[in-house]
Design a protein around this ligand. Sequence first.
Ligand SMILES: CC(C)(COP(=O)(O)OP(=O)(O)OC[C@H]1O[C@@H](n2cnc3c(N)ncnc32)[C@H](O)[C@@H]1OP(=O)(O)O)[C@@H](O)C(=O)NCCC(=O)NCCS
Length: 177
Amino acid sequence: MAKTETAISILTADEVERRVEEFAALLHACVHAGASINFVMPYSEDDAEAFWRRKVLPGMRDGTRVVWAAERDGRIVGSVQLSTDTPPNQLHRAEVTKLLVHPDFRRRGIARALMEELEGLAERLGRSLITLDTRTGDSAEPLYASMGYITAGVIPGYCRDAFVDRLDATTIMYKAI
Ligand SMILES: CC(C)(COP(=O)(O)OP(=O)(O)OC[C@H]1O[C@@H](n2cnc3c(N)ncnc32)[C@H](O)[C@@H]1OP(=O)(O)O)[C@@H](O)C(=O)NCCC(=O)NCCS
């Protein structure tokens, strides 16, 4: 698959709600493939759907969260979110969350393309500082580094692995745009 065959767009809250099972399937697949993105086993598709309904949709509806979908032949194969739910003294900042690419569609430039769209919107919204965190050593780390994100630091023992009883470090990164 070439990068150009993937369509990336911002979805409305109604569109995400209508396709919530697809978003849940994407999240569920990533967690079960080993992603460290807040969840631990056992993790069901119902758990994943509850995340989209309870944690994502309210932010979309109150205007503090933007969700992108990467689609291939009409199927959602990737997603990323930008949270602008920052305090009054940080209205120039926004946070990247839940960058997800389905395990079957990785290393095709989808995450990079999603991040480029996200950065473009952040800039248009006047958000000049983007922050994020990612488990230290995960494949997202070299992706962010290659896009100019700088490592602010590493916090050891930050998050539990999804499958085994082990605490992993997280890397805090930022980019001024
Ligand atoms: C991290 C993730 C989003 C990357 O998605 P992707 O679409 O495969 O990434 P891309 O194809 O756009 O890769 C862009 C660059 O990132 C780096 N990269 C991506 N996957 C990598 C891997 N497994 N190992 C090393 N570098 C990797 C490479 O520099 C790559 O460029 P290249 O392919 O030209 O070498 C995907 O692996 C994923 O969904 N992981 C689980 C969820 C997760 O951890 N999300 C991040 C939360 S902060």
